[in-house]
Design a protein around this ligand. Structure first.
Ligand code: CP3
Length: 357
């Protein structure tokens, strides 16, 4: 299938942006920069808009989701918008009871742990995605030449919320289930792969120019478990957008040992957290994969000269890769001073404006 004629990649609005060119493997000057979790609590205009509105309700109110997506683009002049939503939205749209508890994260009404629980998982009616499609369409109409990145949670991270019933540090029950009941595990991951894949595809068809899969908790897995029991399902999630001509980005936290396996599920770009330098990540990937990352979010609160020296180092090491999209190693911490992010965008742009073709 091809994208609709009015899609920004097809009409040419975003095809030549520094983000899309970099995702396709071209070195640009200046380098593109955006931040995971750029939309959200670091911005006073976000906190004002969200007052009295539950997190997931704000995601399902198209005008609100669209406005929140645009806020950091206007303020920081980042090179991409990331769609304001959450990885648990497709679960909610399928009818799973889930809420986001402030300061904690997604909490399920009931955990999913047994064969019967998995058999009872509901179908996701594609019509339920209408608020997502509407929010994306409204957003790309405003964005002009700035690409919108669509995203989804990877099956392992989503399954860990379902199995644990909420956030957990080590995903112990999840990893136990993976080994104790491999068939139940496979059915659960196949289900999450399909709902999250459908969510991602809806964003791309409605106007997103790239697709990022977040496997935030995959760092708790061994390479063998990842390759054998998780990667096939991440591949299945990405299969939902494989026929569409958008770059696919795959990001995980603490996944230095998994980088090549994460690329091998069919990602064009690998997101790297701050725990491994980009030149080493590039070496592990064999030198042919565009990278995204990896400023340590902790340094956003350090004195500017400390942050600046770190960012220069990230850019220098990223220079080893075929292409580099500057980002954080994980999301923007809520207490970040937004002016630091604006200054950082400006610094990345001015300091890299003469290094490419
Ligand atoms: O700017 C952006 O990155 C866009 C929006 C976005 C959100 N969540 C909004 C959000 C994205 C891409 C996500 C993805 C997401 N959600 C991930 C993967 C990325 C990552 O951070 O590892 C995960 C694991 C989740 C699940 C989730 N949702 C967590 C762990 C939390 C944090 C809980 C808290 O309150 O600290 C959330 C809530 C959430 N998602 C918020 C936002 C802006 C904060 C809630 C609020 O503002 O009230």
């Amino acid at each position: 299938m091809t994208l609709p004629e009015q899609h920004p990649l097809v009409s040419g609005r975003t095809a030549d942006s520094s983000l899309i060119r970099s995702y396709r493997g071209e070195r640009t000057a200046p380098l593109p920069v955006w931040f995971m979790r750029q939309a959200g609590r670091s911005l006073p205009e976000y906190r004002a808009l969200r007052e009295g509105v539950a997190m997931l309700d704000s995601c399902l109110t198209p005008a609100m989701a669209s406005e929140i997506t645009l806020q950091p683009v206007r303020r920081h002049r980042v090179d991409a918008a990331i769609f304001f939503s959450d990885i648990v939205i497709p679960l909610k749209l399928a009818g799973i009871g889930v809420e986001i508890v402030a300061g904690r994260g997604p909490v399920m009404d009931a955990p999913v742990r047994t064969a019967a629980d998995v058999a009872a998982l509901p179908e996701l009616d594609p019509a339920a995605l209408a608020p997502i499609e509407e929010a994306v369409a409204m957003t790309v109409a405003e964005l002009g030449e700035t690409p919108l990145i669509g995203f989804a949670g990877a099956p392992f991270t989503l399954a860990s919320y379902l199995v644990e019933g909420g956030p957990s540090r080590e995903q112990l029950r999840t990893r136990a289930l993976m080994h104790s009941e491999p068939e139940v595990w496979d059915r659960l991951l196949a289900w999450t792969a399909d709902v999250t894949g459908v969510f991602l595809r809806a964003q791309v068809l409605a106007g997103a120019s790239a697709a990022q899969l977040f496997d935030s908790w995959a760092g708790s897995l061994s390479l063998t478990d990842y390759r054998e029991r998780v990667a096939p399902h991440s591949e299945r999630a990405l299969d939902h957008v494989r026929d569409l001509p958008v770059p696919r980005v795959h990001f995980g936290v603490g996944t230095g040992e998994l980088l090549a396996a994460m690329r091998d599920v069919g990602a064009d770009v690998v997101g790297v957290d701050h725990r491994i330098p980009l030149d080493e990540a590039n070496r592990r990937l064999g030198g042919g994969t565009p990278l995204q990352g990896n400023i340590d979010p902790a340094l956003l609160s350090a004195p500017w000269p400390v942050l600046e020296a770190h960012v220069r180092d990230v850019i220098t090491r990223g220079g080893e890769a075929p292409a580099h999209v500057v980002n954080l190693g994980h999301g923007v911490p809520p207490e970040t001073d937004p002016d630091v992010l604006t200054r950082l965008v400006d610094f990345v742009h001015t300091s890299t404006s003469g290094t490419g073709e």
